[in-house]
Design a protein around this ligand. Sequence first.
Ligand code: GLU
Length: 431
Amino acid sequence: MSTRVRFAPSPTGYLHVGGARTALFNWLYARHVGGKFLLRIEDTDKQRSTDEHTRVILNGLTWLGLDWDEEPVFQGARVQRHQEVADRLLAAGQAYVEDGAIRFRLPLGEIAWDDAVHGRISFQGEDIKDFVILRSDRTPIYNFAVVVDDVDMAITHVLRGDDHISNTPKQLALYRAIGAPAPVFGHVPMINGPDGKKLSKRHGATAVGDYQHMGILPAAMRNFLALLGWSPGGDREIMTLDEMVQLFSFEGIQKKPAIFDMTKLEWMNGQYLSMASAEDLYPLVAPQLAQLGLNGNKDAVLKAIAAVKTRSRTTLDVAKQVAVRLDATHVIVDEKAKKEIAKDPTGYRASLEASLAVLQKAEWSPAALELVLRELAERQGVAAGKIFQPIRIALTGGTVSEPVNELLYVVGKEAALRRLQAAVSSGLLTP
Ligand code: GLU
């Protein structure tokens, strides 16, 4: 039987990190075994489900590069089918009517399964009470609709969050009653914040769309999500999608909760930014530049992206740094830089003046710029940093230790000299 897995979000909110991770694991498994990855929109809660949420969830999956097979199934459209199966259980005596609702008769004895993540999990039927499957208004209850749909969709593996473990014995009992073979169940660990508590708004953004807007690359997000509760073995972290597909297995899924670490996500995004070409990043950075009110010419933007991408954490970061290089009005002197200047304002100005004198005559290439500034430092008998740091501050407003020759080159001769001149005359920094 060919493998069929599904992601079954309820469109009562956005695609959050936990849901995206569950979707990714299912997708990786389907692609690993050459099976199908299906979607089911669990929109039975008519009060809270919206088309807008469905759209955002599908967009989020698409952004992450998780494509699905077959048309998505909408649970709300299958209510008649749920009613039909409930009536059949009623007719067979496996369910009964109570207060107008149909209640499933839970059999006594052990209900157990070999969980793909946790190994054997066992419950006693005695501990689980008979439960409603169809409300008195004939709408289905989650545990029932899910089983009917999974059976009809011929789902072979259900991989979902640990929070569903207590639902699984009820669902297994329903499979038995319906007379359908049960799928393999696997429950993936929850995602906690760095404080060990369940991930929530308190820990920062939880919606995948927020990360998109923050300037996280989809490939980095996907790689990061894959490692939330799964490990390919060894200390491998950066993996292409193909590598993840190849390496993915249930055995690699951890039992203990995963920790969502924003610093790690930003680090990983930085790795992906370094690996990407300026051309690749251009379509992502250009709209963010436009939002900053800057429409630089493409060549200048590409040059600036290439210079800053290895020192950036997000594409928004890239855009800001590009903007600083292309347009002095974006320069904001940060606290650290102000302190540096305050230590020795006269030295700061004198150093900039000396640099200006040699830069005015310099050939504007990274190699030549490096040479003339190092020669200047030597002549003055000071460390190169004494010459470099004031230039960095004057041009970017910050003290990030990037190669100053590249910085000058990217800003361009005319703009760089103008900004340095302005910094000399004002003593601080003005555009
Ligand atoms: N709609 C359920 C949820 O979002 C799906 C549970 C399942 O995968 O069975 O939690």
